[in-house]
Design a protein around this ligand. Structure first.
Ligand code: HEM
Length: 209
């Protein structure tokens, strides 16, 4: 049950935010699509083997997880011993929630913190593997997400397919700026309004798919 609960909504939310940010940022969308289409040129469909060279797409997912960590407060922790953190006494038994969402948008740690800029991860200085406390979409420490690699592989595979096979438009010819990306807070942070996009086929799927 934990694996299904921990793995389903988080992965779906990541994909939905990625598509929303890409439609909102057409230059990033173009760059990500160019990369996928060049890497897969002539292939009938996306397979796991074809994901290796998709470095920019991976930066896009990283930036999505910074601005929209699907589990914004990670999971609740319980303090095992009385301790003092930054001058605050935290008694044994206290429930502690880490606001990873706020930390990964904190201008003290990030330039242009509210902007969607995948290139900020280009130099690979900050990663989500649990060592950089300003960026912990999968948590950190011994209880960090055990499904990280699986979740990422899932998101990459699905996203590469969406970018390879289709161009994406807003319904009714709406402009990218009109897309409502207001967040709805909950155990996971989703778009307040479900994302509705129109796919335009570019690379048709093989008939036996
Ligand atoms: C993009 C996808 C995912 C994100 C962003 C994500 C995020 C997280 C976060 C933030 C935590 C809490 C870590 C902490 O408190 O330090 C967590 C825990 C967990 N995740 Fe994920 N997760 C993802 C995918 C998955 C998948 C695919 C699975 C399983 C197939 C999974 C299974 C779990 C489980 C079982 C825990 C609890 C671990 C424990 O308490 O020891 N997650 N995840």
């Amino acid at each position: 049950q934990d694996l299904f609960a921990g793995g389903s909504d988080t992965s779906a939310t990541t994909l939905e935010w990625t598509m929303a940010e890409l439609v909102k940022n057409p230059k990033v969308m173009g760059k990500a699509q160019d990369e996928v289409r060049r890497a897969l040129a002539g292939q009938p469909k996306v397979t796991e083997d074809s994901l290796g060279g998709l470095n920019y797409m991976r930066l896009v997912i990283k930036e999505v997880l910074r601005l929209h960590p699907p589990a914004p407060l990670l999971l609740p922790r319980e303090c095992m011993n009385d301790c003092r953190v930054l001058g605050f006494d935290v008694p044994k038994g206290t429930m502690v929630l880490v606001n990873a969402w706020a930390i990964s948008r904190d201008p003290a740690h990030w330039d242009a913190a509210e902007e969607f800029i995948p290139e900020r991860f280009e130099r690979g200085e900050v990663d989500f593997k649990g060592a950089d406390m300003e960026y912990t979409p999968f948590g950190a420490g011994r209880r960090m997400c055990p499904g990280m690699s699986f979740g990422l592989a899932n998101a990459e595979l699905a996203l590469a397919g969406l970018l390879y096979h289709f161009d994406w438009e807003l319904p009714g010819g709406a402009e990218a700026e009109e897309l409502d990306v207001t967040q709805k807070m909950g155990v996971t942070v989703r778009l307040r309004r479900d994302l509705l996009l129109v796919p335009v086929v570019r690379a048709p799927l093989p008939l036996d798919y």
